[in-house]
Design a protein around this ligand. Structure first.
Ligand SMILES: Cc1cc2nc3c(=O)[nH]c(=O)nc-3n(C[C@H](O)[C@H](O)[C@H](O)COP(=O)(O)OP(=O)(O)OC[C@H]3O[C@@H](n4cnc5c(N)ncnc54)[C@H](O)[C@@H]3O)c2cc1C
Length: 727
């Protein structure tokens, strides 16, 4: 967060916890964790069955739960213990220390507090016998690191096996020869207002930079007026809202039972809008015609009235000239009456004529558009927004189902880039938590056919093969790799026995997407001052809308990144052609300020990365919600014990293809494993600060001696994830 987070970190050890506990603070602590502040979730009700009994019990539970979350958020550099929470809950509600401990334990277990890079002050109780504690986590991406840190806190002995030479997985970056940072994987943390990544940013010694929603847009090198951008953005957001509303109302599938794609849904909406615009235009023209006819008819009647009055008046004058007025008083009166009624009628018609006239003028002054979206720049801008959505989803919108609202989650709210790179967060957590990570350990086989243990065949850097065993395994193999596994690709690890049919179907059904980057380094930044470091170049060609569309940099960096999304992410053009295209794009906007040749450049090809085979997962046209449950369900060894757990961004349906989703999935897998094997009862977690020795973890081995009230719960029905769906 701030550059002096390090010193905060040291100071935190002596700091007292005293967050304000007013209603707003408590409510926002809950929403920050994706929990409803005023009711327990189904998941909480499953763990605290007594909440079904009394309304008062629910109120006390919520007060303690929300205060615990607020206490942790107030200072996430330091473990939040039951004693800290007790001090922050006002009497008499702080009298039940057992309840407070249970809530602290529950929230810790499920990765809502006491996670990431923090100082522990309580002992870690290890109840499982030594052999049952051994966990191997496959992969050191965000999911693997999250699972490993959590499991270590629950008393497991964790080793991470990582195939690459580095940690981080799809969070990656390197320094150029001149020391500039190029982030080749995830670089933007979105949705920070309710993401655990906000806490990690607070815990780590990094500098974060806000990414703004409104960006400058250029079409053919010319800046689009802000007003037009806002206008089109309005159309796009309305369409997106309509789509999300529709997704909650009914299912739209084709004859094969596949969901309608987002592209199709946007096109349908656009056609509907075009149709209704045309209908409105037709009605407008029809009304104009009717008014014109009405006006004409009034005019004609006015003429008739005028003529009648004129005739009667002429007749009267003639009678007067011939001194006949007194001769025929009846005729005289009748003529006078005709004049009066004609004039009255004329006036009435004149008023009606004026009303018509005003209406006519008003309609002429407010013409109706003939088209919903004008072809040309407006349509290109709208199309750019769909291209941007392809970047957020990491997939062509023709392949993403219309119901998916993950992009909504990612796009809205607070977003940040980390000056030192997102991988710096992972590095600092790994160092602080002293995780045991074996790099260049490529897992080739996961054998769960035995009893009591899982065997792994691992290919090491020196070409040696090592067989390793563990009581439990957490696989964070990416969706792209799992897809290769089920298609028997030699580069991907195998499972023995082969994966169950349900899992295979799930892996096939969940989409594997692709985003790539073109990263350019120059000798100085020419793309404007430090505030404006994100802009978009709108492609006039609809087919290439995802190509080099969004440009991003961090202030004072000499590196600028363009993203390739949708169809364009699969570009097979050689690097130098892509780099030249990017330079041309920049030159259209910045002219000669942009040099013809960059100092250095890097193009990513995540589709060919054999430890990822893609950038992230998405809700494909055949993805059903239960596919994520099928993917998450652990594999059982031959003794019927669940031992191979699954994590990774692709197992977090609400936040697929994000670092947040990966982190949350690791915490979820760790909780599932601990709940099943390490007991869901609670022990004294209040901790004794006397035991605290620096930042060393204090572990107490109890070798199988589990307290009576701490029974392992073989299977807790996963009713919902804490802090996701039912928030
Ligand atoms: C170009 C790009 C841009 C992105 N931009 C963003 C963004 O701006 N914001 C965002 O939130 N997300 C973004 N993402 C997505 C984000 O990076 C991922 O969702 C997240 O990092 C996935 O974490 P993970 O732990 O699930 O998987 P990974 O990070 O892929 O971790 C899996 C690990 O398993 C290892 N592994 C694979 N096979 C084996 C094997 N056989 N043996 C041992 N280890 C193995 C891999 O090397 C890897 O380290 C982006 C991704 C890409 C590619």
């Amino acid at each position: 967060m701030s550059s002096d987070a390090g010193s905060d970190y040291e100071e935190a050890q002596g700091e007292e916890f005293s967050p304000s506990t007013d209603e707003n603070t408590l409510a926002s602590a809950a929403t920050q964790n994706r929990l409803p502040f005023d009711r327990p979730t189904e998941h909480e009700l499953a763990f605290f069955p007594e909440l079904w009994e009394h309304k008062t019990a629910v109120e006390i539970f919520l007060l303690i739960r929300n205060t615990t979350l607020a206490t942790w958020q107030y200072n996430p550099l330091k473990e939040c213990t039951a004693l800290d929470v007790r001090n922050n809950v006002f009497p008499p509600f702080n009298s039940d220390l057992d309840l407070i401990q249970n809530i602290v334990h529950y929230l810790t277990r499920h990765g809502l507090i006491n996670y990431g890079r923090y100082v522990r002050s309580t002992k870690i109780n290890r109840f499982l016998v030594r052999d049952e504690r051994k966990v191997i986590v496959i992969g050191s991406g965000a999911a693997g690191i999250s699972a490993a840190t959590q499991l270590t806190s629950f008393g497991f002995d964790v080793t991470i096996l990582e195939a690459r030479k580095r940690i981080g997985g799809r969070i990656a970056g390197f320094k150029t020869k001149t020391g500039e940072l190029m982030e080749t994987g995830a670089d933007t943390l979105r949705n920070l207002e309710n993401s655990p990544m906000a806490t990690l940013l607070q815990q780590c010694n990094v500098d974060e930079q806000g990414v703004f929603d409104t960006v400058a847009m250029f079409l053919d090198g010319k800046s689009l007026p802000e007003e037009r951008i806002k206008n089109i953005m309005g159309h796009y957001l309305t369409a997106k809202k309509a789509l999300n509303w529709e997704a909650h109302q009914r299912d739209h599938r084709d004859e094969r039972g596949m969901y309608v794609s987002r592209q199709q849904a946007y096109e349908n909406l656009m056609n509907m809008c075009e149709r209704s615009t045309l209908v409105r235009y037709y009605n407008h023209c029809k009304s104009l015609e009717n008014i014109a006819q009405e006006r004409e008819s009034h005019y004609k009647q006015m003429q008739q009235c005028r003529n009648m009055a004129y005739l009667a008046e002429n007749k009267l004058r003639l009678m007067e000239d011939h001194n006949q007025l007194n001769e025929d008083p009846l005729l005289r009166r009748s003529l006078k009456r005709d004049i009066a009624t004609s004039l009255a009628k004329f006036n009435e018609l004149a008023d009606m004529f004026e009303v018509c006239d005003n209406h006519w003028i008003e309609m002429i002054e407010h013409p109706q558009p003939k088209q919903y979206m004008h072809p040309g720049s407006d349509f290109s801008t709208y199309n750019f927004m769909l291209g941007h959505e392809e970047y957020l989803y990491g997939a062509n919108l023709e392949r993403v189902q219309y119901t998916a609202n993950a992009a909504q989650n990612k796009e809205n709210g607070v977003a940040s880039r980390v000056t030192e790179g997102v991988h710096e967060l992972m590095k600092q957590i790994v160092e602080k938590r002293k995780l045991d990570i074996r790099l260049q350990h490529n897992v080739k086989q996961i054998d769960y056919s035995d009893k009591n243990r899982v065997k792994l065949t691992v290919l090491k850097a020196n070409g040696q093969v090592e067989n390793m065993t563990a009581a439990f395994v957490v696989s964070t193999l990416p969706i792209g790799v799992l897809k290769k596994t089920i298609s028997n690709d030699k580069r991907a690890p195998t499972f023995t026995p082969t994966l169950p049919e349900k899992k295979v179907t799930a892996i096939k059904s969940i989409g594997s997407g692709l985003v790539n980057k073109c990263i350019l380094e120059f000798d100085k930044p020419f793309w404007a001052n430090s505030n404006r470091y994100q802009f978009a170049t709108v492609s006039p060609n609809l087919k290439t809308r995802g190509s080099l569309c969004v440009w991003s940099s961090v202030p004072d960096s000499k590196v600028i990144t363009a993203y390739m999304a949708g169809q364009e992410a699969h570009q097979s053009l050689p690097d130098d052609v892509l780099i030249q295209n990017a330079i041309l794009n920049l030159q259209r906007v910045f002219g000669n300020q942009c040099p013809r040749v960059p100092v250095s450049a890097h193009i990513t090809r995540w589709q060919h990365d054999e430890f990822a085979f893609g950038s992230g997962s998405f809700w494909g046209l055949a993805t059903e919600p239960h596919h994520f449950d099928d993917l998450i369900t652990p594999l059982e060894t031959s003794d019927g014990v669940p031992r191979v757990y699954f994590a990774g961004e692709h197992t977090c349906p609400s936040y697929t293809s994000t670092v947040q989703g990966a982190w949350m999935s690791g915490a979820r897998a760790a909780a599932d494993m601990a709940n099943a094997h390490n007991g869901v009862g609670f022990v004294d977690l209040s901790g004794s600060k006397k035991d605290l020795e620096g930042e060393e973890l204090i572990t107490v081995d109890r070798d199988g001696q589990m307290p009576e009230d701490m029974v392992p719960l073989a299977k807790i029905q996963r009713q919902s994830e804490p802090g996701t769906s039912d928030a």
